[in-house]
Design a protein. Structure first.
Length: 266
């Protein structure tokens, strides 16, 4: 992966994981590109087709240009894998992870970038439970999300109101530091990433959503159980193994994890 140095060619790389989004991906990329062009910042958009079984890859290829890359692999590996695969091919000094379903509007990009004008900010995350955010979801869905966040805060020590919202911005050098310490999991990639960043004393700023967030992705009891199992595993690595405080002298790992499913946004 290109280092955070003279080799970087743009200010910001936006990585969009996409799984079976053939009916949305072109609209998503066009919206993201429009916002970035209006800001006048140097950028690239990296779409990672996460082994989709539909025409997501083909549709994304139809809108490639000098600032849009489309990556693809055959088997579905999960959101965490897709994001790290995109990271390996990025050139920006800032790296944004942005969900491809547009449940979070592209207009959320400018506030995340603006957050980095604050001194010593290392990461900015959209927080759907920020006092100034609005969420559109059924009561049960809201309850599950709140409950999960309480568990995350209690078990990992993260002092964030939200870890799962799919619009986050990081300094690349921060990701270069923490990614080798992660164990890529099926459902809790965001939790582990933010746990590692927090443990290593980087500063994270929560940014409110400027437009209502729609929680529309489906989930079932099996996914909830898997999410909780992964959370407990992260807690073990954080509290017992002290995995995220170790000195990091290892390179970004080669991504070889198989049979991971798309992560769930609670």
């Amino acid at each position: 992966m290109t280092s955070d140095s003279e080799g970087d060619k743009c200010l910001i790389s936006i990585i969009i994981p996409a799984y079976n989004l053939s009916n949305k991906i072109k609209h998503t990329v066009k919206n993201v590109k429009h916002v970035l062009n209006s800001l006048g910042v140097s950028h690239e958009i990296i779409v990672v087709d996460d082994g989709s079984s539909d025409n997501t890859y083909k549709k994304a290829l139809e809108i490639t240009d000098n600032n849009i890359k489309v990556l693809h692999y055959e088997n579905n590996q999960g959101k965490g894998y897709a994001l790290l695969h995109g990271l390996k091919h990025s050139t920006g000094k800032l790296i944004m992870f942005f969900d491809g379903d547009l449940d979070i509007p592209a207009k959320q990009i400018p506030p995340l970038i603006k957050a980095f004008k604050i001194k010593n900010i290392d990461a900015a995350v959209t927080a759907k439970w920020h006092p100034h955010s609005k969420v559109k979801a059924h009561l049960i869905r809201k309850l599950l999300s709140r409950t999960f966040n309480i568990l995350v805060r209690f078990l990992t020590g993260i002092k964030l109101s939200d870890t799962q919202t799919g619009a986050k911005l990081f300094k690349k050098k921060v990701l270069n530091d923490v990614v080798p310490l992660l164990t890529v999991k099926r459902y809790a990639f965001d939790v582990e990433l933010l746990t590692a960043i927090t443990t290593r004393n980087y500063k994270i700023l929560e940014v409110p959503a400027i437009q209502p967030i729609k929680l529309t992705s489906k989930f079932n009891l099996h996914e909830i159980v898997k999410m909780l199992i992964d959370l407990l595993a992260i807690t073990y690595r954080y509290r017992i193994k002290k995995q995220y405080t170790k000195t990091n002298n290892t390179p970004i790992p080669t991504l070889t994890i198989k049979n991971h499913q798309q992560s769930t946004t609670f």
